[in-house]
Design a protein around this ligand. Structure first.
Ligand code: GDP
Length: 290
């Protein structure tokens, strides 16, 4: 799928992160719990090599709990990596995160050795929600440092716990095609940069294979053989249900696609995760063979 990226912005962000990483102790990478691998950034892994990483699987309230457990295992088995699942707006998010960071870096702490943490994440992953929650709670001071991009802020979560927000977006190069679709389905990609109909069809195809009961529950098909429907049949049924029709009863595919994507993003179809560690490994293998 053609997603339009903006290499100029990306290079700027890459440079800013590369500069910042030299003076930080560890990295928090926020991931979308519904697509933990697709929302991960291989470039960040490269830039932050050797630094401990805390992976936050955010939006866990929208994700499939069984699959979240699989992903937590997967990340926790990696070197220098810990993972936790969160809902960015939950009351004790800040405590969970600061505690995990301090455990990972016990050698840092105290005024002479503050723990310096960089937080990264793709757009829409919930970084602002999380940071706003942290600031609100601790009424943290924010400040721009001279010489750093204006957008980068340092938040003092405690006198000896400094959190740096990354400026700009660091987009992964899409290697796994399904990963591009999953990012698009999650809402991480701007509307103008993708074909919503195509994204909705790929999403419906995945859901009918892996979450058929949820799909049936949400859209209440009037015929039982809905278990045999393909992605197009599902989209056409959603169009019927939602009145996404043009003159003469023709299907308005665009409107139906928007309905499906809106339902998925809002969690109205149910708690869904679009990839498992095994599936991801398989897709990656296929992509590399191409
Ligand atoms: P940012 O682009 O990473 O700063 O993302 P935002 O903080 O602006 O969040 C994007 C959208 O996701 C907003 O509508 C948030 O309300 C929503 N959001 C963020 N975190 C969560 C979460 O843990 N669960 C749910 N359900 N929604 C979330």
């Amino acid at each position: 799928m053609a997603i339009q990226w903006f290499p100029g912005h990306m290079n700027k962000a890459k440079k800013a992160i590369a500069d910042r990483i030299k003076s930080i102790d560890m990295v928090i990478e926020m991931l979308d719990a519904r697509l933990p691998a697709s929302s991960e950034n291989p470039l960040l892994a490269q830039l932050s090599r050797g630094k401990p990483k805390l992976k936050i699987l955010n939006k866990q309230d929208l994700a499939d709990p069984e699959r979240t457990a699989l992903w937590l295992n997967e990340f926790n088995s990696r070197e220098h990596t810990q993972a936790l699942a969160l809902d960015a707006s939950e009351a004790n998010a800040t405590t969970k995160i600061t505690r995990a960071c301090r455990q990972m870096m016990p050698q840092r702490g105290g005024l002479d050795k503050p723990l310096r943490v960089l937080i990264c994440g793709i757009p829409n992953v919930g970084k602002s929600t999380l940071i706003n929650g942290m600031i609100g709670k601790k009424s943290a001071k924010t400040g721009n440092e001279p010489g750093i991009t204006k957008a980068e802020q340092r938040l003092f979560l405690a006198d000896d716990f400094w959190l740096y927000d990354t400026p700009g977006m660091l987009w992964p190069k899409i290697i796994v095609e399904q990963g591009g679709y999953n990012l698009a389905a999650s809402g991480a990609v701007g509307r103008n940069a993708l074909d919503e109909e195509e994204v909705a069809l790929v999403l419906l195809d995945y859901l009918r294979r892996h979450y058929l009961p949820l799909l049936q529950e949400r859209y209440q098909p009037d015929r039982d053989p809905s278990s045999h429907w393909d992605d197009v049949a599902w989209l056409e049924w959603v169009a019927q249900k939602r009145g996404a029709l043009l003159g003469g009863g023709r299907v308005n595919y665009q409107k139906a696609a928007e309905a499906v994507l809106g339902d998925f993003r809002g969690g109205h179809i149910g708690r869904i995760t679009l990839e498992t560690p095994n599936q991801w490994a398989g897709w990656l293998k296929t992509a590399r063979q191409k």
